[in-house]
Design a protein around this ligand. Structure first.
Ligand SMILES: Cc1cc2nc3c(=O)[nH]c(=O)nc-3n(C[C@H](O)[C@H](O)[C@H](O)COP(=O)(O)OP(=O)(O)OC[C@H]3O[C@@H](n4cnc5c(N)ncnc54)[C@H](O)[C@@H]3O)c2cc1C
Length: 207
């Protein structure tokens, strides 16, 4: 995936987009003014082509990919390419050692929760450490680390699995997948309790 900041002639209305097109996924995160962070997911050879493209050609290419919905787009930053790697570590802990952040749970950014999970994990671990310190106990004892591991697995696994399933389905352009993609969105947007459940899952990472 490639990330950059772009200026555009049509206002973003402070709306974030995730656009599951066929052959590409586009995301747009609004910034102050007529600027947005643009995230384009493509096969590696196409990302390499975008990374090396002269700036004028790049601006035209991205404006077309966004079907000119943001008008004419112009690159404001450097371009950065990241390989998309997901992680759910087999073990989060070792002797006097704990994994946090993406090293423990690294998700596809489609549900925009990787950083939140990192903060959540650190909050869980630091609460354990603080309690141990206050009680005059070892702050890296194995039972303490085990409690962190269990709690963080419980907090993150459902959304990790759901995110993986969404990224797989919406990255698949086969006919059955296309049918399922459209149907899932239609059903999802009509069934209010389902919508609420998804919103609840995304908004509440404290469970
Ligand atoms: C396009 C995109 C959009 C995202 N959007 C959202 C969002 O909207 N909301 C959200 O919650 N999350 C989002 N995320 C996820 C979020 O960015 C990550 O979960 C978060 O940055 C992870 O933080 P981290 O410190 O664990 O790891 P990182 O930010 O990856 O930091 C690890 C650091 O370690 C360095 N490093 C690696 N190996 C070594 C080494 N051997 N020696 C020294 N240094 C090393 C790396 O260079 C890097 O600087 C997004 C991710 C991407 C890619």
């Amino acid at each position: 995936m490639m990330v950059c900041v772009m200026e555009h002639t049509v206002a973003h209305q402070h709306t974030a987009w995730e656009w599951f097109d066929y052959g590409q996924t586009l995301a747009l995160l609004p910034m102050n003014g007529m600027r947005s962070s643009v995230v384009i997911t493509l096969p590696p050879t196409e990302i390499n082509r975008l990374m090396c493209m002269p700036e004028d050609d790049f601006n035209r290419d991205v404006s077309v990919r966004f079907k000119h919905r943001l008008g004419t787009m112009r690159l404001l930053s450097t371009r950065h390419a990241y390989p998309l790697v997901t992680v759910f570590a087999k073990r989060f802990i070792g002797p006097r050692f704990a994994l946090v952040g993406d090293a423990a749970v690294g998700m596809h950014p489609v549900t925009a929760h990787g950083f939140n999970f990192g903060l959540k994990g650190i909050a869980t671990l630091s609460a354990e450490i603080k309690a141990a310190q206050a009680a005059g106990k070892d702050i890296a004892a194995n039972p303490l680390l085990l409690r962190y591991e269990q709690a963080h697995r419980r907090h993150t696994r459902p959304l990790f699995l759901a995110t993986h399933a969404i990224a797989k389905l919406y990255g698949n352009d086969s006919l059955p997948a296309r049918f399922l993609r459209v149907s899932a969105l239609r059903i999802g947007s009509r069934i209010t309790p389902f919508k609420r459940a998804v919103a609840g899952l995304l908004a509440d990472t404290t469970r």
